[in-house]
Design a protein around this ligand. Structure first.
Ligand SMILES: *Cc1c(COP(=O)(O)O)cnc(C)c1O
Length: 583
């Protein structure tokens, strides 16, 4: 479970010494989900980084993770009676989870010296392997008050604040690793473009001899940098990529690098962090096959590979399923391939474990929302960041139709999700959902759990019967919550996008909404969703429980052994981290 995985015993001293000589790979991420009370993440990207770290520990990979301390967290969501989101800071206490390290470096930003001091959090895999996580902090008395805030708010502020954060993460993180004494790191993995300035800082170490520079040529040698840098992109929409005006870059990093050099590396208009990372990385990948294809179309001329995301199975199995798997496949946590045999488990054991997960969720919904769910009705779950491209309201396109379906095959719905504090459109989706909820209240129980985060996810996802996903293709880069669902025998009902294209056997281990090539027109997609619910999903639940359980088993045995972070990290290790295979 997300709550209690991978902590070292309280009181045990954490020191950086043992890691300095052996670490080879540094993984940089703006966010990482390590523990429910460490608010250093906002959503999928951070959960992925956390699962990456846990699997790196399980595999004893010689890695260090670098992120911001984000002491004020991302945001805590409260909802008023109308469903309007109020976002407040979500602080946490680094001293409870990490030790301050004595090393300190200063970085000039905007003409001021910004001091950065790291915290060390150590993650311990059950096999006993420790993995260091460095949390960068600028909230130090020696800093100007404006600079003390840089590591407060994850994804807070505007583009200037963001660029300051990315300077601290990329350049500060890189220099701090050297200052700490990490002497053998030869690989830098950028999880999304936020840390791309690290590659630029590396580049400055490789000036070309002047006689080798021709007009319009780069004054630096990209070769050695590309040998060291790996870039994983996660965003299939242009607007999702950070881009900073060159004026702002010049203001915050005056005389850092010649402007003409930046233009050569990342385009004339803006400093696009994705383009910078693409240009300076020898290994670039998307996070699912489809996403890699989309990225190739967005950025022609780069070799973009695909390594499909995965989830850390022991973290995301409900305790009832973890117990079941421990009993029958003792090695499943470290050898997920053991779960290929899960279709042989007696159906009653699967259903009993599921019933326990369901009860936990029903209790949580009663506590958090005051809604009494009906134990006999199937629960449809939907939770993710509330943003337009994910179409959180698609299920509610036609309320009359929903009522009609519900009269034939009763069901209920549980939703959750935060909107970014500046995304009023996202907040309006939540408010609209509250409206639909009220309209349906006398017939269909619908609950919205406030403040979706990984702790909520670890109860919500395993506790539902059907996990719904309705993004506009190809906008969902991968998605990982559906993998957590399948591990717990929850059946995915999803648009064919991201990872689901690779996993879905329609009617066998879950269901597809729409065609693979579908352009996602909302009305047609909703129509398809209703048809699937009415003709396949709900009748099966109500009339043929054995067939339903057979599908649960297929979801577990076909999906969990593949869509896990163990497999994902084995691929990064062999294909990206081993320089011999890089071109
Ligand atoms: C797993 C998880 C996600 C990612 O799921 P998606 O399928 O990408 O939406 C996001 N937020 C939380 C809290 C999660 O646990």
């Amino acid at each position: 479970m997300f709550e209690d995985t991978y902590r070292i015993p309280a009181g045990e001293r954490r020191t950086i010494g043992p890691f300095l000589g052996k670490t080879r790979v540094a993984y940089f991420s703006m966010e990482i989900a390590l523990h429910p009370d460490m608010h250093t993440y906002s959503g999928g990207l951070g959960v992925l980084a956390g699962d990456t770290a846990r699997s790196a520990g399980d595999l004893e990979l010689p890695m260090v993770f670098v992120t911001l301390v984000s002491s004020q967290g991302y945001l805590r969501q409260t909802l008023d009676d109308s469903g309007w989101q109020d976002s407040t800071p979500d602080p946490w206490s680094p001293e409870q989870f990490a030790s301050p390290l004595r090393a300190k470096i200063a970085l000039p930003i905007n003409g001021r010296e910004v001091w950065i001091q790291p915290w060390l959090h150590v993650l311990r895999s059950p096999i006993g392997h420790d993995l260091p996580v460095i949390l960068l902090d600028t909230d130090l008395p020696e800093n100007d008050p404006r600079d003390r805030e840089i590591t407060h708010h994850l994804y807070g502020g505007g583009s200037e604040y963001r660029l300051r954060q990315e300077i601290v993460l990329g350049i500060g993180g890189l220099r701090l690793l050297s200052a700490l004494g990490f002497s053998r790191i030869n690989t830098y993995h950028m999880n999304e473009g936020h840390a791309a300035l690290l590659a630029l800082d590396l580049l400055r170490r490789y000036p070309r001899p002047p006689d080798q520079i021709r007009d319009l040529d780069l004054k630096y040698d990209v070769g050695p940098v590309r040998d060291m840098c790996i870039f994983t992109t996660h965003t299939p929409i242009e607007a999702g990529h950070d881009a900073f005006s060159y004026d702002l870059v010049e203001e915050l990093l005056p005389n850092y690098i010649e402007p003409d050099q930046l233009h050569l590396l990342c385009g004339q208009d803006k400093l696009n962090m994705t383009r910078l990372a693409l240009t300076l990385s020898g290994f670039v990948n998307g996070v699912a096959q489809r996403h890699a294809r989309t990225t190739r179309e967005m950025f022609p001329g780069y070799r973009i590979r695909a390594i499909t995301n995965g989830v850390h199975l022991p973290t995301w199995a409900h305790p009832a399923f973890a117990r079941l798997y421990n009993e029958h496949y003792p090695s499943w946590g470290l050898e997920p391939e053991a779960l290929t045999q899960a279709d042989q488990l007696p159906g009653t054991l699967i259903w009993d474990a599921h019933a326990e997960a369901r009860e936990d969720l029903i209790r949580m919904v009663a506590e958090h929302c005051g809604v009494e769910l009906d134990p006999t009705r199937p629960i449809i779950g939907y939770a993710r960041r509330m943003t337009s491209y994910k179409r959180p309201e698609l299920l509610f396109t036609d309320l009359e139709r929903l009522r009609a379906i519900n009269r034939r095959y009763p069901f209920q719905v549980v939703l959750a999700g935060k909107a970014h504090h500046r995304d009023d459109e996202g907040k309006r989706h939540i408010q609209n959902i509250y409206g639909h909820m009220r309209e349906l209240a006398d017939e269909i129980p619908v609950a919205f759990i406030p403040n979706y985060e990984a702790g909520v996810a670890s109860k919500l996802v395993p506790g539902v019967d059907v996990w719904l996903n309705t993004p506009v293709p190809p906008m969902e880069a991968s998605g990982t919550s559906g993998m957590k669902a399948a591990l717990n025998g929850v059946l995915n009902l999803s648009v064919l996008d991201g990872w689901w294209i690779e996993a879905c056997l329609d009617g066998v281990n879950g269901w597809a909404i729409g065609e693979d090539s579908g352009n996602g027109a909302a009305r047609a997609c909703a129509e398809d969703l209703y048809a699937k619910l009415e003709q396949a999903v709900l009748p099966l639940f109500h009339t043929d429980r054995d067939a339903w359980i057979r599908m649960m088993k297929q979801a577990i045995c076909k999906i969990a052994p593949v869509f896990n972070s163990q497999r994902m990290m084995q691929r990064y290790a062999s294909e990206a981290y081993m320089p011999l295979t890089r071109t």
